[in-house]
Each structure stands twice: as structure tokens, then as C-alpha cells.
Design a protein around this ligand. Sequence first.
Ligand code: ADP
Ligand code: MG
Length: 398
Amino acid sequence: MLKKTVRDIEVEGEKVLVRVDFNVPLNTNTGVISDDSRIRASLPTIQYLVDHKAKIILCSHFGRPKGKIVEQLRMAPIARHLSQLIGLPVDIMPDCVGKDIRNKVETLKEKDIMFLENVRFHPEEEANDPHFARELANLADVYVNDAFGTAHRTHASTVGVTKYLPAVAGLLMEKELEIMGNLLHDPGHPFACVIGGAKVSDKMGLLQNMLKRIDLLLVGGGMAATFLKAQGYGVGCSLVEEDKLSLSQLLLQEAAEWNVPLLLPTDVVVVEGKIETGALTRIAPTTNIPTNSCIVDIGPQTIELFCNELRRCRTIIWNGPMGVYETPEFSRGTRSLASFISTLNATTVIGGGSSAEVVQEMGLTDKMTHVSTGGGASLRFFEGAVLPGVEALQNRAS
Ligand code: ADP
Ligand code: MG
């Protein structure tokens, strides 16, 4: 990897500020974390620092407190969960900067773990305020960024702080960048991209960057409606991004120019009127979608078509659900695809928050090559964008 990692520096006895992304789904009433994969994903970095006798200062954001203290968004339940997972005490701080925290840091011993309060309680975090960044930096001797999920943000704790401290990647950050970087630069072929989710506009950048690298593009989810309409099909009352129709046409053209088959659903699950639990579903061929119906999922024929195409692939990226998967009746396409992809002997990478959630919830994470911890960040990565949080880290001497 181009960037230095925590393995490339001396950490023994050093105060190490570690930016993690522990922005997990937490029920603030019950205190239950429904998916702790982001916490687990950073355990190797934290364990490495413990094993190498560092003094560990963790920091993360949680939710969207918008620069104010929000009691429900304190780090404490998350820090306690970490403590259980790693089997070590984690000292929870009431703030992330200030005199008390500075004093506390000076009392840290080797292998101690301290967890700073939600960095987004301070408006200076998202504003990437240099004074705030410097205050954070002053707590430590070195900085490790393990927050891949926040690497597309230019914030004080992801970018600002690197101006004042030697800055390297954590082991999760390294893993994310290596696996996904390989897909950009040296993928096994045939290489398929399965794209779904709500909107074409969210995924257009990814599609345009990936077209030249892949051999096959499968499109489902809400965005399929826009593509279908761009091809002249009626899509009933499905959500269509009218202002993206010409861009979709252009993409269909580009796919043809790159010789990349772009497959759209041949049949879909539709509901009449409102998309809600208990709504009566019907299967309609794409050529004949009733005008009073909305697409909520890909149909059985499409599931079979997509699976048959994927069977021969050596590399698969999947980003975005095939339907409104939050409603069980509309989740069959997404779930079938997840199950099928998990059985393949291929490099399988899941990006996108919703797709990752489905895979996690179905217990298939270990059967995939990699499930990214960064929805937005992985999207930006596959768009070919430079992630500011990565860019800011030190390069290895070449
Ligand atoms: P990801 O987080 O995996 O990148 P997105 O955020 O792009 O995925 O999209 C997820 C959302 O797309 C889900 O909330 C899902 O309900 C919605 N969606 C999928 N298919 C449809 C559809 N046919 N109509 C409306 N919404 C859809
Ligand atoms: Mg999403």
C-alpha cells in the first residue's frame, strides 16, 4: 500500500490518537447495538496497539448532533461495548478536548485505552477548524486513522489533525484500501458490478468510473425504473428521476461502446398505489407494467437471470439493494442475490450501507470476501475519487 500504516511506526510508550468510525446503529432507548460490525472491524488495530504497548486515545463521531451536546449521542454505550469485545477496561471521557482531558492523557499508562466523547459535539469538527484540530492533536504523539467510513469527509479529526501529527493508516483502513484498490487496478475477470438502491444520481459516478473496468453490469432497485424509462418502457407510478433520463441514456450508450452488457430487470414485483407492508404484490414483465403500479423489487425471472450471469464471474462488486428490502415482502430479490453471491467462489465485495446491512443481517458477512464498513466512502472510492482522510496520511517511501 502507498500509505504508511501503524505497523510502519514505533508506538511503544507513545500516546496514539486513533480515529475510528463507531457510528453504529444503536437503539437509544434499549442501549442495544443492532450491528456492531464497525466496532469489531477496528479491533485488530486496537489490539495491535495494546500488544505493542501504546497509550491509546480513541475518538469517533456518533450520529448527527450538529455541533451540540446531545445526551442520546454520547459515546458511553459504544465504548462499553468495545470494552466487552476487547476484554479490557475503556475509560470514557466527558469531552474530546480541554484541560481536563489534557491532564487525563498525561496519566495514561502503556496499554491503557481511553475513549473521547463524540467529536461532533463540537461544531469545529465538521468545519475542520484548525484550532480544534490542533487541540485534538496536542493530546497525542501520533495519529492513526482507522475510520474508513468517514474517510470521504474533510473534518478536524480525519484531516485537520494530520497537519500536526505523524499520521498513518490503521489496519481496517489498510484492509479496505487494499481489497477495494485491487478491484480498481487488478480485478479477476469476468468482473461484474451489481447496482441497485434508490437513485441513479447517487450511483452515476460509480457507474461511469467502473464501466471501463468491468465486463458486466446488472441494474436493479429503484434506479432501474429510470433506466427502463430511458429505454422507452412504461414504469407505472415508480419513482423516476426525470432529470437523469438523458444521463441514463448516455450511460446505456457508453456501456454499449465499452462492450459491457447492461442488464435491466426483465420482470419486476409491483404494488398498486402505496408502497407499504401488506400491500398486494404482483409480478409484471418489464414490457407490461400497469400504469397504476410501482416497482418494489426485481422479479423471479430476473433473479434467475442475474444469478446465471454472476455464476461465471470471478469478481463481483455489489452496491445497493434490488428492492425496498426494508419491507420483507419486497426483499426477496435482494436476499436471493445475497445468498447466491455468498455461495460463489469469486472475489465478492459489498459496498453500500443498505447492501452491507442485508448481508450482515442474513449472517453472510464471513462468506463474502469483504463487506465494506463505509457506505458513502466506498461509493466515493469506486467513483475514483481521492478520499481526503486517506490522502492526508503519510506515504511510504517509494
Ligand atoms: P446502499 O446504501 O446499499 O448504497 P442506497 O442508499 O442507494 O443503497 O439505497 C437504499 C434504498 O433504496 C433502500 O432504502 C431501498 O428501500 C431503496 N429502494 C430499493 N429499491 C427500490 C424501489 N424499487 N423503489 C423505491 N426505493 C427502492
Ligand atoms: Mg444508503
